[in-house]
Design a protein around this ligand. Structure first.
Ligand code: TXA
Ligand code: MG
Length: 346
């Protein structure tokens, strides 16, 4: 298959219109959102949705998010729209918040992997919204990476994984948030299944207490059932070992310096994903400053790009843990998974 690439800015009209027709015809289109690039298909067409799983090598039991261009579209996709959802949609849509509720009959089982609930979000990105409108249907879209790899935040990342496997890529430049949307289920007590750009603190201001699924920051225990099937699969792994150091910044830097030296002495190539605060600690070492510890959103924006940048180029990637609050929770959730939960704390 030949993958066609359109620049979403210079080829705006014909690119999105063409891509909308491809979606309607059952094809696959990668498109930018404010979080990461999505791999879209007609969300009401089970066969088209099945092609997403094939192109990504995605486990069949991991359900997809339906993307809509206006809030009222959820009425068709859910059995009804609960009050809490209305308030959250008013506060945060369009934006990086995915809401889960009981599905309606028109949602194919390929989207929900057989569950009776469906995840829906309205992205905040002009190209994504224009594509959904051009397609005229909700677009089912996971992140546009091969299953298990870091999510793509540029069109180049999408092509690294998907060239020749999908019909179209709309290139809209780098994604702003850099990690995937917050996933919140409204079935039972509101619970965050995956943290993201819309934080627990922000959600609680609108609907009161919100729980965080225990699987957000630790691996599932043997026999434990995942609230969100996506949490049980290996994720975000670059082709290198990832090691996370935690503690205060000084302690983190000293752990990393010590371990870096040990790995190097064994002949391994290493890189440190450092921060503004620890920049001076890694003198003479291979260091890539990815953001500011005081602004965890800046770390979120760069994490996946940094993992891809060093994938296959070094043996070990050292990264710094941050406090698991605000956007730091999303950062730690992705980082710990990329590291297979390998953590050093002394
Ligand atoms: O920001 C995002 O959410 C991006 C962009 C493209 O919109 N999409 C994305 O999709 O990250 P994906 O498929 O990589 O992640 C969807 C997550 C998975 O962890 C999946 O298990 C969970 O949402 N999920 C989807 N439907 C669900 C449901 N009905 N119940 C529980 N979890 C669900
Ligand atoms: Mg994904």
């Amino acid at each position: 298959m030949n993958t066609e690439v359109f620049n979403a800015k210079t080829q705006k009209e014909n690119g999105t219109q063409y891509a909308g027709r491809v979606i309607r015809a059952g094809g696959l289109v990668a498109f930018p959102t404010e979080t990461v690039y999505g791999l879209g298909a007609n969300g009401l067409d089970g066969e088209a949705v099945a092609r997403i799983f094939e192109a990504k090598g995605r486990p069949q039991d991991n359900p997809l998010i339906l993307h809509v261009a206006k809030k009222s579209d959820v009425k068709d996709l859910w059995r009804h729209v609960p009050d809490g959802a209305k308030r959250l949609m008013d506060a945060f849509w369009p934006g990086p918040l995915t809401l889960i509720f009981v599905k309606s009959d028109i949602v194919p089982e390929e989207v929900t992997a057989g569950l009776d609930t469906v995840a829906v979000r309205m992205p905040e990105h002009k190209t994504a919204l224009a594509l959904i409108r051009a397609a005229g249907v909700p677009i089912a879209a996971p992140s546009a990476n091969l299953s298990g790899r870091p999510s793509p935040t540029t069109a180049e990342h999408v092509l690294q994984d998907m060239d020749g496997r999908i019909d179209v890529v709309l290139d809209g430049g780098a994604c702003e948030v850099g990690v995937e949307s917050t996933v919140l289920t409204l079935v039972g007590r509101p619970t965050i299944l995956r943290p993201g750009g819309i934080t627990r603190e922000m959600l609680e201001q609108v609907i009161g207490p919100v729980e965080v699924s225990p699987a957000v920051l630790r691996p599932l225990k043997e026999g434990e059932v995942a609230a969100s099937p996506g949490m049980k699969h290996r994720h975000y792994a670059p082709d290198a070992e990832v090691i996370v150091a935690v503690g205060n910044p000084r302690k983190i830097a000293s752990i990393i310096c010590r371990e870096y030296e040990i790995e190097e002495a064994m002949g391994k190539n290493c890189v440190v994903l450092g921060t503004e605060q620890t920049r001076s600690c890694y003198h003479g070492m291979n260091c890539d400053i990815i953001g500011d510890r005081e602004e965890p959103g800046s770390l979120c924006r760069e994490l996946f790009a940094a993992l891809r940048r060093w994938s296959g180029r070094v043996d070990v990637i050292f990264a710094e843990g941050v406090e698991e609050a605000d956007q730091g929770l999303a950062y730690m959730n992705r980082l710990l998974r990329a590291a297979g939960f390998t953590v050093l704390d002394e």
